[in-house]
Write a protein of this length. Structure first.
Length: 74
């Protein structure tokens, strides 16, 4: 049985987050199909080269968001 997109995200998320410049990983839709969304700090070509195009049959898409910082709790 093939893994679900949630399982694939969970399996690869920590590896993706170890890449310098990756600030988040999520699940989205790409061309009406589920895909893994990798959020990047910048548009560096070197950074984009390190992101796989697919993981276990699911498309991987990137989006530049800039740095993401946790807000202080109030």
């Amino acid at each position: 049985m093939s893994p679900t997109i949630e399982q694939v995200k969970e399996q690869y998320e920590s590896d993706l987050l170890r890449i310098n410049g990756v600030v988040g990983v999520g699940i989205s839709k790409c061309e009406e199909k589920p895909c893994i969304k990798v959020y990047l700090e910048n548009e560096s070509p070197n950074l984009k080269k390190q992101i796989p195009k697919q993981l276990d049959g699911f498309k991987v898409d990137t989006q530049v968001t800039g740095a993401i910082k946790a807000q202080p709790q109030q």
